[in-house]
Design a binder for this molecule. Structure first.
Ligand SMILES: Nc1ncnc2c1ncn2[C@@H]1O[C@H](COP(=O)(O)OP(=O)(O)OP(=O)(O)O)[C@@H](O)[C@H]1O
Ligand SMILES: [Mg+2]
Length: 404
C-alpha cells in the first residue's frame, strides 16, 4: 500500500468528484449546500452519470467505513446491489486479514492523504475472491475538513490470471529448452554406451556378459527418460496422422480400465460426431494413459475416471479427463507440468508424466488446462485444432517438424 499527499489521478479526481456530488448532500447537509449555477449543475449531472456508468467500482464511505454510495460498476464487480450495500460497512467485502489495512487506510484518509494499493483482494457476494487495484481519495467539505472517502476499484482478477498463465508458459518454455538441450546430448552419449556394450558382448566371459546386460539395462532406462524429456521439449520428429478422438478413447478404454484396478471405475462419453485431429496416435495414447494413471493415483480409495470427448465452443476437438480424487493444492497446480515435479515417492513417480503430456499437446498445436478442488477432484481439458479432413480415420502419414 502506498500513501500519498493528494495528487490524485484524473480518473480518481473525476470519480471522487462525481460520487462526492451525490455523497455531499449527506456529507454537508442540505443546510450548507450552496446554490449551484445552471452550468455547474449540468457538470455535476455529467460527473454523476460518469461515476454511475463507470466500469470500475466507485464507492464512497464515511470515515468509519460505512458505505454511502455504490455505483453500477461496484454492483457488477461485487454482485451486491446498491440497496444491499449502502449503510453497510465496507468490511463486508474484505477478507478478514485485510481489516487492519482498511483501518490504516481510513486513518490516512482522515489525515488528508490519498491511498493507493496496486493489488488487494476482496470477496464477491457469492463468496469468491477477486483482485482489485484501488485508489481512495479523501473528500473534503467547504471548510477543508475530510468528511468521506471515495474509492475507485478496478477488477484485475482476469488480468492477473492471464499474467500468471503467460509466466507459467514462459517458465515451461525455458525449462523445455534446457531439458531439450541436455536430453539431446545425453541421448547421443547413451547411444555410444549402448553401442560399445553391444560390441563387447561377444568378447567377454559369462560373468562379464551379466555385467554388460546390467549396463545395457541401465542405459536403456536412461534412454527412455531422455526420450520422454525430448517429448516435453518438443524435440522429437513425429509421424502425424488424422486421428478421431472418439475412436482413440474407445480403443484405449479396455486397456485403461484394466490398468486402473478394481476400485476405480472408468466411464467414457464420446461425442456423437467424429472429432478428427492431426496428431501422432501413439502420443495421444500416451496422454490418455498418463492422465488415467495420475487419476488412479489420486484415488487410493477408489472413485471414477470420466473420459469425455466433445467440441469446444469454437469448433476445436476437446478431450476431458476428470477424476473424483484428492485434488491438488494451488502450489502443486502451479508446477504440475514441470519436468521432474512430483509429489510421489521416488519409486512411484518420476514427475515426467504431465511434462510429457504438455509437450505432446503443444506439439499438436493444442492447449491443456486443469481445474482442481481439494477433496473433490481434478479435471484436465485438452483442446486440439480440428483436422481439415472430416470423417475421421487415418489419413496420409507425414513427418512433423522436429529439430532432433
Ligand atoms: N489427477 C490428479 N489429481 C491430483 N494430483 C495430480 C493429478 N495428476 C497429477 N497430479 C499431481 O501432479 C504431480 C505431477 O504429475 P506427473 O504425472 O507429471 O508426475 P507423477 O505422476 O508424479 O510421476 P510420473 O507420471 O512420471 O510417474 C503428481 O505427483 C501429483 O502430485
Ligand atoms: Mg504421472
Amino acid at each position: 500500500m502506498s500513501v500519498r499527499e493528494p495528487a490524485p489521478s484524473l480518473v480518481s479526481v473525476a470519480a471522487a468528484t462525481a460520487v462526492a456530488t451525490g455523497a455531499l448532500a449527506w456529507a454537508l447537509g442540505r443546510r450548507h449546500r450552496p446554490r449551484l449555477a445552471a452550468g455547474a449543475a449540468r457538470e455535476r449531472e455529467m460527473l454523476a452519470a460518469f461515476a454511475e456508468q463507470s466500469a470500475d467500482a466507485i464507492i464512497v464511505s464515511n470515515l468509519d467505513g460505512v458505505i454511502n454510495s455504490w455505483n453500477r460498476g461496484a454492483e457488477r464487480i461485487y454482485g451486491y446491489r446498491a440497496d444491499e450495500m449502502v449503510g453497510r460497512r465496507f468490511s463486508k467485502v474484505l477478507p478478514p486479514d485485510r481489516f487492519d489495512t482498511m483501518n490504516q487506510a481510513l486513518a490516512d484518509l482522515a489525515a488528508g492523504r490519498q491511498v493507493h494499493i496496486d493489488e488487494t483482494s476482496r470477496i464477491r457476494s457469492d463468496g469468491t475472491e477477486l483482485l482489485v487495484s484501488v485508489t481512495v481519495s479523501p473528500i473534503r467539505d467547504e471548510s477543508g475538513t475530510v468528511v468521506a472517502a471515495a474509492a475507485t476499484e478496478r477488477d484485475i482478477t482476469e488480468k492477473k490470471q492471464r499474467e500468471e498463465r503467460s509466466a507459467r508458459a514462459a517458465r515451461l518454455e525455458s525449462l523445455g529448452q534446457l531439458a531439450g538441450g541436455v536430453a539431446h546430448d545425453f541421448n547421443n552419449l547413451i547411444a555410444v554406451i549402448l553401442n560399445y556394450a553391444d560390441f563387447l558382448s561377444g568378447e567377454t566371459t559369462p560373468a562379464g556378459s551379466a555385467d554388460l546386460a546390467r549396463i545395457r539395462d541401465a542405459a536403456g532406462r536412461a534412454r527412455d527418460l531422455t526420450s520422454q524429456l525430448l517429448l516435453f521439449a518438443k524435440r522429437e520428429p513425429i509421424q502425424v496422422e488424422t486421428v478421431d478422438l472418439n475412436e482413440l478413447v474407445t480403443c484405449a478404454a479396455e486397456l485403461l480400465s484394466r490398468g486402473l484396478g478394481g476400485s476405480v471405475r472408468l466411464v467414457c462419453h464420446t461425442h456423437p460426431e467424429p472429432l478428427p485431429v492431426r496428431a501422432n496416435r501413439g502420443r495421444l495414447d500416451q496422454i490418455l494413459l498418463n492422465l488415467a494413471v495420475n487419476a488412479r493415483d489420486a484415488m487410493p480409495d477408489g472413485g471414477v475416471v470420466l473420459v469425455e470427448t466433445d467440441r469446444a465452443p469454437d469448433g476445436e476437438a476437446r478431450l476431458t479427463v476428470s477424476d473424483t480424487g484428492t485434488g491438488m493444492t494451488a502450489e502443486v497446480r502451479d508446477r504440475l507440468f514441470e519436468p521432474f515435479f512430483t509429489t510421489k515417492s521416488a519409486d512411484r513417480g518420476t514427475g515426467l508424466g504431465l511434462a510429457t503430456v504438455y509437450g505432446i499437446v503443444g506439439d499438436a498445436g493444442g492447449t491443456i488446462t486443469v481445474d482442481s478442488t481439494l477433496g473433490i477432484g481434478t479435471t484436465f481439458r485438452i483442446v486440439l485444432p480440428a483436422a481439415e479432413t472430416p470423417g475421421g480415420g487415418v489419413g496420409v502419414a507425414e513427418v512433423g517438424a522436429g529439430s532432433g
